[in-house]
Structures are given as structure tokens and as C-alpha cells.
Design a protein around this ligand. Sequence first.
Ligand SMILES: Nc1ncnc2c1ncn2[C@@H]1O[C@H](COP(=O)(O)OP(=O)(O)OP(=O)(O)O)[C@@H](O)[C@H]1O
Ligand SMILES: [Mg+2]
Length: 232
Amino acid sequence: MIELYRVCKEYDNGQVALKDVSLHIPMGQMVFLIGESGAGKSTLLKILYKAEQFSSGRVLIGRVDISRLADYSQLRRRIGLIFQDYRLLNHLNVFDNVAYILRAQGASEKEIRYRVEGALNVVGLLDRSKEMPQHLSGGERQRVGIARAIVINPPVLLADEPTGNLDPVNSLKIFQLFKEINEKLKMTMLIATHDPRVHQLKKRIIQLSVADRQIVMDTEPSNLPMFGSLLL
Ligand SMILES: Nc1ncnc2c1ncn2[C@@H]1O[C@H](COP(=O)(O)OP(=O)(O)OP(=O)(O)O)[C@@H](O)[C@H]1O
Ligand SMILES: [Mg+2]
């Protein structure tokens, strides 16, 4: 579902963020992307949702070569995005935040209600749909962010430090929610995080290194021989 072939990224100021990164995430897999600050996690995600161009290599999402697409607007139906700072619209209540993209796409009010209530139910916030974002806790705001990302049922979810502003208890709850969504809705997920407890979740973990600008660890068994060969 997500394929990178020898992707390099050099920013305009000459800073190399990714060097020859190859990666394959099959459909329905949930993957954590870890690594020190500056290792290139956000850069990799931004390349996938077309907030940054890559310098060389090839990137496919659902077999579509994304270099052929102009910007994220052409990926909106395929990729749901979740950010550390939630990025909710503070003048809209919970329901309307989640409904926003459906309204923009011209969905009927009946469909909007059905889908928004379904998404809010998944994240456990159906009873807070009239609340304004400022009246919610950080964990609840992120749940709204997740509902907004899944409401159009995109095949891919990308999250950049989704628990970066949350305490340890809420962070773990959010990771559990991602796991439930992955199991129920079968979305392919790539989640960048600093949280070392992702090891407890028994999902694939890919580590980028700030020294190498490359993948230095991939827990997926099929990739272990490649990793092993680096040690020879
Ligand atoms: N717009 C930019 N222009 C120039 N260099 C950049 C830009 N954005 C990121 N970089 C550099 O690219 C490298 C990777 O940055 P990136 O933000 O992808 O790291 P990260 O792994 O997400 O770090 P963090 O954990 O702190 O979020 C860093 O050296 C950073 O300084
Ligand atoms: Mg980052």
C-alpha cells in the first residue's frame, strides 16, 4: 500500500533528511516510525502527503506514483492525517469538525450524520458531539482529530507524533485506539512517535537514524535478512 524506493530528500538549504530510504508497508498493516529528533520522521510523512517533494527515488501509495499528483488535495480520499497539535477548527463543535470534509465534498446531510456518528462512536465521543474543542481535554481533542481522519474511510492513516502533547496514560489510550481502528477498519497506518512504549503494542517498528538518515531497524521478520546483511 505504501512503497518507497531509494527515496532521498535534501532540503533547499542543503540539509539531507533522508538518504536512500526503501520501505514497503502492505495493506492493512500498522507501523510505528521511531527515531531521534531530526531523524527524518516528519519529512518521510510529509513526502507521503505531499507537503514536501522528494529529491530522488520513487513513492507509490496504492500503486499510484505520487510524483504525478499536484498536492494533497488529490490524496485526500486516500490518506487521513493526524497531527500532534490536533488542528481542530475552534469555532466549530465536535460534530462539525468531523463533518467538515464531508460537507466540502458535497455529501448529503443524511450521509454526513451517518458517517460522523459512526466515526465519533469509534473514538468514544458520540455523547460530546455538541461540545466545542476548547472544552475538551487533550486526549479528547486528539480523539476528534482521529474521528475527522477516519470519517471518509481512507485506506491510509498517517499520524505525526499524535501523542506528543499528551500524558503517558492518555498516550497509551490513543495508541490502543489506533490498534482497535487498525483491527476493525483495516486501515494501513504509519505513526511517527517518540514514545518508547510502542514496543508493548507488538506492531512493526521502523527506526530512522539521525546519523545515517536511513532505516536502521525494522522489526518486520521479512526484513531481518536485509538488516542482518548490514552486519556482515
Ligand atoms: N523545512 C526544512 N528546511 C530545512 N531542513 C529541514 C526542514 N525540515 C526539516 N529539516 C531538517 O531535516 C532533518 C529531518 O527533520 P524532521 O523534521 O523530518 O525530523 P523528525 O524525525 O521529525 O524530528 P522530531 O522528532 O524532532 O520531530 C533535520 O535535520 C531537520 O533539521
Ligand atoms: Mg517530527
